[in-house]
Design a protein around this ligand. Sequence first.
Ligand SMILES: Nc1ncnc2c1ncn2[C@@H]1O[C@H](COP(=O)(O)OP(=O)(O)OP(=O)(O)O)[C@@H](O)[C@H]1O
Ligand SMILES: [Mg+2]
Length: 357
Amino acid sequence: MLQQLDITNFRIIEHAEFTPSDGLTLIVGGNASGKTSLLEAINLVFTGRSFRTHKLDQIISTQQSSFQLLAQFSDKNSHNHLVGCERTNKKLRIRYNSENLSNLSLLATQVPIHLIQPETHYLLENGPKFRRQFIDWGVFHVEPGYLASWKTYHRTLRQRNTLLRRGAATPLINAWNAPMAEQAEALHRQRAEYLTLLTKYFDVVSSGIMDEKPSMSYYRGWDEAIPYEELLNKSIKADQELGFTKFGCHKADLVLRVGGKTPQLYYSRGQQKLLVSALRIAHYLVLQFLAKPTGILLVDDLPAELDKKRRQQFLNTVSKTKIQTIITATEPELLQVDMWPSHKVFHVERGLLHEVI
Ligand SMILES: Nc1ncnc2c1ncn2[C@@H]1O[C@H](COP(=O)(O)OP(=O)(O)OP(=O)(O)O)[C@@H](O)[C@H]1O
Ligand SMILES: [Mg+2]
């Protein structure tokens, strides 16, 4: 749970001390007031990354030489921690409980950030790569060894693909099949376990916020009737012609259907936003079920694309989950937040943040 975030020279925000509610925090302000920048700062301090740019120097306020963020958060045992980051010139420095941190993945599992933005439908529209990233990000939070398995599998895949591309002799390529299959089966098992849980919660959440029930299934990246090693042995000729490994965990996908149709082609923007939101909230519920750090839900411009009824359904569903939630909107009357037992409202104007009491 985020308790306080101090922001200095971060885009339009010259200085802000932000103390959100444990429940819902609503950030209200006109266009270009700094709402997305505030969410970007929260995301950055807990992930080391911006969701808007890879060039972190663009974030430093004009005419300043660095930005600083300092967050205080509590873990599930109510222990307090401090994480800070500073970007000067070309360097990003991250400190966690007074130590320099080089491995960002440690930080990312401490406070997972669940982000819902107006561009959220890209998860559906931009192809399997994005959906695979969503799966991997999910499993990464629940399986401590997942990142290592993922890296090993992809290293082996690269080696096999290099041999295929260079036209290496068949026995040389086949020698990679057994180790690769072992890694693929392990990776798939971890993904499948996570997705069984995710599907269970997705069904609950989506029925609360969507009119039409979507279905979700997981494609492992090859025909499940055939053990992966056997498939690699069988498809060697086809792979040699292609110059790469056609099937495997690198082709996995999250297959979503609504009434037998593909939502990215059939659904409206609002429906797509709700569907992706259901996925994000379901992931949070999986973390909660497994007693993992659950993190913060950030919703940028909730009213965008959603009508009054859907906004309310969304808020009702989220309020039941107990997740710390920070939502932005251009007008306060667009959202009714009274049902939240604990909530705060902030107004932001030209980068200045004020709590509305
Ligand atoms: N490095 C920077 N230094 C100063 N200002 C910046 C910097 N980068 C962006 N800005 C400005 O910060 C302002 C706030 O942007 P932000 O995206 O946070 O607004 P917003 O409140 O989310 O607006 P909207 O409702 O349109 O989404 C914009 O006017 C933008 O041009
Ligand atoms: Mg914005």
